[in-house]
Design a protein around this ligand. Sequence first.
Ligand SMILES: *Cc1c(COP(=O)(O)O)cnc(C)c1O
Length: 389
Amino acid sequence: MSMDEELARALAALEREGLLRTARRVDGPQGPEMTVDGRRVICLCSNNYLGLANDPAILAAARGSLETEGLGAGASRSISGTMHAHRQAEAALASFVQREAALLFASGWAANLGTIQALVGEDDVVFSDELNHASLIDGCRLSRARVVVYPHNDTDRLAEILATERSRARRALVVTDAVFSMDGDRARTAQLRQLCDAADAWLMVDEAHALGVIGPEGRGLCAADSVVPDVLMGTLGKALGAQGAFVAGSSQLVRFLENRARSYVFSTAPSPLLAAAATRAVALVRQADDRRERVLAWAARLRTALAEQGWDARGEGTCIVPVVVGHPDTTMRASKGLFDRGVFAHGVRPPTVPAGTSRIRVVPMATHEERHIDRAIEAFAEVRAELRR
Ligand SMILES: *Cc1c(COP(=O)(O)O)cnc(C)c1O
């Protein structure tokens, strides 16, 4: 069979199972309302939590950097790619999360793969929450360490597993999302820190969905819980409105990653304009208590209102409101019903979430207005009636 025939079969199978993905087209910038497939809709599926993806001050910082430093970094950081903007962003990020040092990566994906792979290897063990993000899962796999998956947020079970598994390995690393991206709940960072200390294990926390939104100045969940992880990963593409990621921790950690994280060493440095945008974004985020309050209030309101309508709305204390529907086809029908009513809310299916738990992931932004939220709640009620017909 030719490659195209083979792939056409695989795609047809995905389509039959309701799992084929096609992306809608967005014209113009990200925002609370957007033009999607030619229609003006309320966007409820972006991680642009604080509405900074199109913020004038951040755009100005990027433009300024473009004028002085140009577009491309030209090479990896260790060759000729470490520019003024990178150093500045790393200093701003380290100070933001109150750690000694930070290191930029091209994406959160690259940061997780490179970091886990650098920290652990064949003689080691990684303990990973079953609902961790795909990039953490792939980082674990790539590391060749023994991977032990523990039930979601089950710190009692993790304690038992650590007791039997820890001593057989050289290094031990516990990895977790801070806010679980598809479930909208929080990790138990204080318990995890205690377990790690007791078992001589390192703690890595992925703050992708917490940074900017949770904690004092938006410093993330660990800061909110007064926990210091050994490795803190944060992304620049979500609440910070740009693109890229960083790992923060001790200066030893950062120096080590500069030498051993393959996704850092063997990859062209991010454009300096992204680093400059991130530096500006950090300054804005630190002062954005009003935006944080607003986005969390919208999420709480959506969670309550949709539950009252009978939807299985989950999550808590985060701005992610997963509405679990179950079957992928029904989920996509609900998502389409919402879109037809001017509400863009994305359906999430396996393998992003476990089979039987397809869901609509509802995510407000700080820049939404009351009328947007009211309209979305109304649309959900209409779609619910339609699905039950
Ligand atoms: C989005 C996300 C990533 C990946 O970050 P990118 O910068 O988008 O590559 C990693 N971890 C979690 C938990 C995420 O949600």
